[in-house]
Design a protein around this ligand. Structure first.
Ligand code: PLP
Length: 379
């Protein structure tokens, strides 16, 4: 089935007999048993809930996985994922990651005895030299946040398979509509469902998707034990958001291409990072492994002053954390998403006082460009 149809009709499972077109919100903490030792398949909502199950099956189908688990946030999903590892284990991660992932590894995982090395995974071959006897996984984000570096998923999968490591891909930026890492050899896909899957800046969610039965069993046990599951109502919001995922991704990408081209031509913009630009170093790998480039751009202004003035003068675009929704949002990675990363490390990656990140929404591209022009020309 085409992804466009799958987004709208989901996994197709019916949980009620009324013919309701919209999946009901089963707002129940617990479920009665038909007899001693018997179950309807639903016992307690931390473990299973029909609304959440419908969503999980839908996300698993979109990512070509066998199972998906829905969590209350992307970080809750990542925290549960880290429970697969034990003290003494070592993980190799992209050196340009979502700030929260970096903080989780540095401040929680390391305290729990798991060591993490941050390396430039856009150089896939370079990963091999960082593998230690106790390395268990490679964790990548592609494109990365905020520098939009692209990692060759299949090339990394070849290395992780050869060394018996798990390959984990945070697929938040492109979503399964544009990129399906499990098909490229990844073992685990991670999502902040708060972003494009939800799509409306109105709810938080996270997902882990796998295609291996043993991994699914381990993660189900972790999830029911640690308990950060997605609520029935938020599950329903995600089901509703996903219905328009395809059309949103297409249109937001179209807007982004227009805006990226416009930014490239402005004299106060010194660099534009968007994998859809032919000049981007990840352009050809993106073409090979994804069907789209997404709708995230970062760009460098000529001065700190210009960056600050853009943030203060945009009117349609809003200065706020997060991304992937219908509303365009602009962030200052240095002060917001990446504030906890040590200064030298941050600056070495190009996350400086001149860098802004733009999540392009569904407004008219012309209005968005006019908004940026107004903010820049006065700057
Ligand atoms: C937002 C984000 C997360 C964290 O997700 P939350 O839903 O905010 O907890 C993880 N990875 C990426 C790439 C993100 O953008």
């Amino acid at each position: 089935m085409d992804l466009k149809t799958l987004c709208i009709h989901g996994c197709g499972t019916k949980y009620d007999t009324t013919g309701a077109i919209s999946v009901p919100i089963f707002q129940s903490a617990t479920f009665a048993h038909p007899g001693v030792g018997k179950s309807t398949g639903f016992d307690y909502s931390r473990q299973q809930n029909p609304t959440r199950e419908y969503l999980e099956k839908t996300v698993a189908a979109l990512e070509c996985g066998s199972d998906a688990l829905a969590f209350s946030t992307g970080m809750a999903a990542e925290t549960a994922l880290m429970e697969l590892f034990s003290p003494g284990d070592h993980i190799i991660a992209s050196d340009d990651l979502y700030g929260g992932s970096h903080r989780l590894f540095r401040h929680i995982s390391e305290k729990n005895g798991i060591t993490v090395d941050f390396v430039n995974t856009s150089d896939a071959a370079g990963i091999e030299s960082h593998i230690l006897p106790h390395t268990k996984a490679v964790f990548i984000e592609t494109p990365t946040n905020p520098m939009m570096q692209v990692t060759d998923i299949a090339a990394v999968a070849e290395i992780t398979k050869r060394h018996g490591l798990l390959l984990i891909v945070d697929n938040t930026f492109l979503t399964p509509y544009f990129q399906q890492p499990l098909k490229l050899g990844a073992d685990i896909v991670l999502h902040s469902g708060t972003k494009y899957l939800g799509g409306h800046n109105d709810t938080l969610a996270g997902f882990i998707v796998v295609s291996d039965a043993l991994l699914s069993e381990k993660l189900r046990c972790i999830s029911k034990t640690t308990g950060a599951c997605l609520s029935p109502f938020d599950s329903w919001l995600l089901i509703r958001g996903i219905k328009t995922l395809a059309i949103r991704m297409e249109q937001q990408q179209k807007n982004t291409i227009k805006i990226a081209d416009w930014l490239c031509s402005h004299h106060k913009i010194k660099a534009v990072h968007y994998p859809g630009l032919r000049s981007h170093p990840g352009y050809s790998i993106s073409k090979k492994q994804a069907t789209g480039f997404g709708a995230m751009i970062s760009f460098e202004t000529d001065s700190e002053n210009t960056a600050v003035q853009i943030l203060e003068r945009v009117e349609i675009i809003q200065y706020a954390e997060s991304l992937g929704g219908v509303e365009s949002l602009i962030t200052y990675p240095m002060l917001q998403t990446h504030a906890d990363i040590p200064k030298e490390e941050r600056e070495a990656k190009g996350i400086n006082e001149r860098l802004l990140r733009l999540s392009v929404g569904l407004e008219s591209a012309d209005d968005l460009i006019a908004d940026l022009k107004h903010a820049l020309d006065e700057a």
